[in-house]
Every structure is written in C-alpha cells, then in structure tokens.
Ligand binder design. Structure first.
Ligand code: KG4
Ligand code: ZN
Length: 341
C-alpha cells in the first residue's frame, strides 16, 4: 500500500517584532524554523516601535521565507498550504506577513490559511509533545496577552480567564524598565531573580471578585514603582535582585493558582503553558510542581517555541487546513482578532 503523503505547510509570522517563517509537516514535525528578531533595534527605544517593526519585516521577510524553504529541503511546489498570522498584533507588522502570504498563495496556486496568533502559541505544545491531544487547559502568557484557555478540541477554544489590564509579559517589561534593566524585561528579571530573595518584599496578588480565573497585573506593577519611589524619598538603598525576585513570585504565584483552580473546577488534568512568559524558569518550575502534586500531566514548549515563531503558526495552521479552513485573497490583517472568530 502507498504511504499517505504528509501534509506540509509553509507558515509566516510577523505580528510583532520577529520576522519568522517555518515549514511544518503534519502539524508536529518542524522541518525548519527561521526567526529574525528585531530586539536589538527596539531595545534602543525601550520597547517595540510599530513603524520600525513594519519596515524591518519588509526588509527581512523574503530572506526568512527563502531560508525556511531551503533548510526544510522543500520547494514551494511541494508545500500544501501557506499559513499566516492575521491577528491579533500590530496592524502594519501583520500586513507584511499577510500580503506576502497572499502573493505566494496566488503565485504558487496554494491554499491560504489565516491563523490566530494565540492559537499558534497554544499549538506550540503539539510540536513539543507529540502525545498531547485536547482537551487540555493552556495558560497563554506573553507580552500582549494573558489568557487561560480551555482547548476543547483542535481549533475549538473557550476563554476561561483573561487579564483586565496589563499582560503578564508587559508587567515584566515595565518593572524591568523601572529597576533599570532595559528591554525585553522578562528574561532579565528571570536571571536577576536567581540572586534575590522572593520573600523580601510582599507585593499584592490581585484577584477579581466574581471572575476567579481573570488576572490583573497593573496593581503589582504600581506597587513596585511605589516601593522604589518610597526608598528613593527616604534615601534608602534597595536591592534590584530582591525586587525582581519578589515581583516575579507575585506574578508566577497568581498564574499558577488561577490555572490550578480552573483545572480543578473544569476537571481538566492536562495542563500546558505557552507564550513568551512561559520561558520563565520560575513559572515552568512552579507549574510543574503544582501539577505533580495533583497528579496532572504538564506540558510546555521549549523556550524557542514559547516566544514568537512561525513553527507554532504551522502547527495551528495544519489543524485549520485539515478541518477545511481556507481564506481568500481578500484576507486582511485584524489587529484585535478574538480567539474563535
Ligand atoms: O510571545 P512573545 O514573544 O510575544 C508576544 O506575543 O507578546 O512574548 C514576549 C514577552 C515579553 O514581554 C518578554 O518580556 C516575555 O515574553 N518573556 C519573559 C521571559 N522571556 C520572555 N517573561 C518572563 N520570563 C522570561 N524568561
Ligand atoms: Zn506572541
């Protein structure tokens, strides 16, 4: 009998400050994953400058796609579909990926599949864990989002909780700036925390009445700023490392507690994490420990698949493609795209 041909997709991601392309087979096998990061440019400004991001995507996108195809050993003709992030994200940045994907789809006569960025982050877990199947609960924590998502089936999601204000990664970035660590703050706070005492300062852990799975990180961020200002006014020295470790503990504890509460209430015993903040060593360890204690299975992508990349878009795009999802050449960037739309 002839072996079934594998479905292989080319995926493109340009929603924020990484220009990325990947070739993925059967949703889980990464043949190439090329990422061109703009972090070195944006850190000069203390955060992502949207206009610069768009321009850099235009400069890089063709090279990145070409590199992804060469590295995968596939030609465009051998690809079954072109998948692209069409939201949420920065509109100018998204448009570069969407425009390029449409041109490739038209020129090579390949179906076009638009992918939700968060669905991509969640799907990074399929790559890292070949045995993972829905249903599972996924905490998505990145620079732009903090969502607790019930993955009912492939492409079928219920958002159980979300942030009311700042995303977790945004809080890491803002606190890092306040203590003079620079952008992006998450990895810097993570590293510095190892030298600090997480019990040194008690920062607030916000809960929202009537919405037990929602998050709020603006309070802890303000508390850090107030603490620093208080020390400066009293001319007291403060420890950057203690602030970093105590802030990180406040954020990680809430992320773990809310996820465990939702897992118990919804009786879901497979837990995953995703998004840039899922690189955080304390969150990875804290979640693993909490799951182990309760007998839950815990899944996490490798760090390179947590931050923005196109392999995750290829994984999500594959499941959309086999469900029959196809987009027309009128596909547009949707900066505020909601999950499930
Ligand atoms: O998923 P991502 O690359 O982009 C968005 O979709 O937003 O996430 C970037 C965010 C940044 O806020 C960054 O500070 C945070 O992820 N991040 C971390 C760590 N590594 C990246 N936050 C905490 N600890 C880390 N190790
Ligand atoms: Zn992202």
């Amino acid at each position: 009998m002839l072996e079934k041909e594998k479905v292989t997709v080319l995926a493109i991601e340009s929603s924020c400050d990484e220009t990325a392309a990947a070739v993925v087979s059967e949703g889980r096998e990464v043949l190439s994953n090329v990422i061109s990061s703009q972090i070195d440019i944006h850190k000069l400004y203390g955060g992502v400058v949207p206009e610069i991001a768009s321009r850099k995507h235009i400069e890089k996108i063709n090279q990145v796609i070409e590199a992804a195809l060469i590295e995968s050993g596939k030609t465009l003709e051998e690809i079954d579909a072109v998948c692209v992030t069409y939201g949420p994200g920065l509109v100018g940045a998204l448009l570069v990926g969407v425009g390029t994907a449409k041109a490739l789809s038209y020129a090579a006569h390949k179906p076009l599949v638009g992918v939700h960025h968060i669905e991509g982050h969640i799907s990074a877990n399929y790559i890292a864990n070949p045995d993972l199947e829905p249903p599972f609960l996924c905490l998505v924590a990145s620079g732009g989002h903090s969502h607790l998502v019930l993955v009912k089936d492939y492409g079928d999601y219920a958002i159980l909780g979300r942030t009311r204000d700042d995303a977790a990664g945004e809080a890491f970035d803002k606190v890092a700036r306040a203590i003079g660590l620079g952008y992006p703050g998450g990895p810097k706070i993570d590293k510095l925390s190892r030298e600090g005492n997480p019990e040194a300062i008690v920062f607030p852990k916000a809960s929202i009445d009537g919405a037990p799975y929602d998050f709020s990180f603006s309070g802890v961020k303000s508390a850090v700023l107030n603490y620093i200002n208080g020390c400066k006014m009293k001319q007291q020295p403060y420890s950057q490392a203690d602030i970093a470790a105590s802030f990180q503990k406040a954020v990680v504890d809430v992320l773990v507690e809310h996820t465990m509460l939702a897992a118990k209430d919804y009786k879901i015993h497979q837990i995953a994490i995703a998004g840039g903040v899922a690189c955080n060593s304390n969150l990875r360890a804290g979640m693993e420990k909490a799951c182990e204690k309760r007998g839950y299975s815990f899944y996490m992508p490798t760090p390179v698949l947590c931050t923005d990349n196109a392999a995750m878009i290829g994984a999500a795009g594959y499941y959309e493609y086999i469900k029959g999802v196809r987009h027309g050449l009128d596909l547009n960037a949707v900066p505020g795209l909601k999950l499930g739309e």
